[in-house]
Design a protein around this ligand. Structure first.
Ligand SMILES: [Cu+2]
Length: 343
């Protein structure tokens, strides 16, 4: 019996008594959520997330269309008469995100988050020039976010906090590459690494516990504050609502499903160095969307002596419904793998 207990304890299957719930798998939300939890006074946490995203379909509103259909659609520059010279057909993005959290008090947690991304877009040229494909690439750091999380309720049943922060325009909006039109062309909006604007945001995060079940919600709003960026455009206000529920199978393993609704308003202005006749990806009319995604995730906490309390999370995000403003590429899926360590 003693041997069995030791065996179970080593594998974290025995419910030991801990001072607080840093050690429970479900004390953090699904790994795709940012600012889903706060920390106790003096705690520090580091995190690393890797995400991979691919797009292989073109959409106009809610309808799928081919690259040739996209190229014969009216562009944003010529009153419904002119069409596009190229159309995107594939896009993929790898992103590395580094984060740190520190709680100077039980009521306030500070958070900073930065990223580095690699993007690739394949475009098809119009039939007149042989429908050939070409790739463009960009990489670099993204916008850095500073957030303060303030606890509203910190009970056994309900935990709520608000987050207030600013996204700083550290990501480049002048990413360039070779295209058939130019050896050093500014790439389309989605190939740029930042918004180019200071974007304040606010969110409300709530989690209710029902034993091994948890139900969480997060409502997030972000909007550019200082007018258009240096290239004469700004992204629309972004609204994001998440609803998730998790189940803790044993102390150190939980699974969750998440519904996420994402709305981005239209873009204002346009980058004058991007020719909207070139591609739907360079036409500022083709920005803004509504998306409903399903997230499926697993959280793990290591209870072994070696690397104790290191957390691992993995989440797959899949589109249930999407409606795009104009012609845009559709997200096929997104996978996020994360590591977190708090002490
Ligand atoms: Cu944390």
């Amino acid at each position: 019996m003693f041997k069995l207990t030791v065996f179970l304890a080593v594998f974290g299957l025995v419910e030991a008594v801990y001072s607080h719930d840093l050690h429970l798998a479900d004390s953090h939300g699904p790994i795709s959520l940012m600012g889903d939890h706060t920390h106790k006074k003096g705690e520090v946490m580091f995190s690393y997330r890797f995400s991979k995203m691919e797009m292989n379909k073109l959409m106009n509103g809610t309808k799928q269309l081919s690259a040739n259909q996209a190229m014969t659609s009216p562009n944003g520059a010529s009153n419904g008469k002119g069409s596009y010279m190229n159309s995107p057909t594939h896009m993929k993005m790898d992103m590395h995100m580094l984060g740190a959290m520190y709680a100077p008090s039980d009521y306030l947690t500070l958070m900073v988050m930065g990223s580095f991304m690699n993007k690739e877009m394949t475009q098809k040229r119009m039939p007149m020039v042989g429908n050939t494909n070409f790739d463009v690439n960009s990489s670099g750091v993204g916008d850095i976010r500073f957030t303060g999380l303030v606890n509203l309720l910190d009970g056994k049943f309900t935990k709520s906090h608000i987050g207030i922060g600013i996204s700083f325009p550290t990501g480049s909006i002048d990413k360039r590459d070779n295209t058939p039109a130019s050896s050093n062309a500014r790439l389309g909006y989605s190939m740029q690494n930042g918004s180019g604007t200071f974007d304040p945001y606010i969110f409300l995060n709530n989690v209710n516990s029902y034993g091994r079940f948890k139900v969480g919600e997060q409502f997030f709003i972000k909007s550019p504050a200082t007018g258009k960026n240096s290239k004469n455009y700004k992204y629309g206000t972004k609204y994001d609502a998440s609803l998730w529920t998790s189940y803790r199978w044993i102390k150190n393993i939980s699974t969750a499903v998440k519904l996420n609704y994402n709305f981005q308003e239209k873009m204002e202005g346009q980058d004058n160095e991007m020719n909207p006749r070139m591609s739907p990806a360079m036409d500022s009319r083709n920005k803004g969307y509504q998306k409903l995604n399903l997230g499926v995730s697993v959280n793990l906490v290591n209870h072994l002596k070696f690397l104790k309390n290191n957390r691992f999370g993995i989440e797959g995000l899949f589109p249930l419904y999407s409606r795009y403003r104009g012609i845009q590429m559709k997200d096929d899926y997104k996978i996020i793998i994360g590591w977190q360590y708090g002490f």
